[in-house]
Design a protein around this ligand. Sequence first.
Ligand code: E4P
Length: 217
Amino acid sequence: MKFFIDTANLEQIKEAQALGVLDGVTTNPSLMAKEGITGQDNIINHYKAICELVDGDVSAEVISTDFDGMVKEGEALAALNPQIVVKLPMIKDGVKACKYFSSKGIKTNVTLVFSVGQALLAAKAGATYVSPFLGRLDDISTDGLNLIDEIRTVYDNFNFETQILAASVRNTMHVVNCAKLGSDVMTGPLSAIEGLLKHPLTDSGLAKFLADYQKGN
Ligand code: E4P
């Protein structure tokens, strides 16, 4: 399973990259705003900076909600760097734009997916990635992981090449469960990735090894 980090924070991206397990980055307009990145030029420069920090795919989300606007914005974003994946909302014009970009060989990530039907449409439109938001489903007392499981079944039934990018991952157990269910990618915060490191028996075992070493030296 690929690990993407879901942030526009350059320090956190650097930290995940330094761990050696990072395969890409996802961003969205809210994450950009959280870092104080506003205005078209600053946003473009920020995408360029992110691409310099990582080797993998970097999702850059369009703001337009009409086909022509999405095509114009997406083409400009894709021209920044071959790592850029054009992130499109799961709306009618987003699906049309996805088909447009996939037929031109431009990578896409269809975002704000909350049902199997939406994931099916994204795959039919040739999306590179589909982003089911599991945390936001959990937030409304609906089983987000079940959606990942169902999309996996449908995609496997027809050998769709669209990769399931489990999004809105909030914690380490989400990461582990996405891996169990066969999600191709997960995107989450640095804390969810670093949480995988933690086990109390690792800490106590290491403390004992070091203490025993000290006794003999
Ligand atoms: C997906 O690409 C989104 O950026 C993100 O995962 C949303 O996560 P949230 O629900 O924690 O805001």
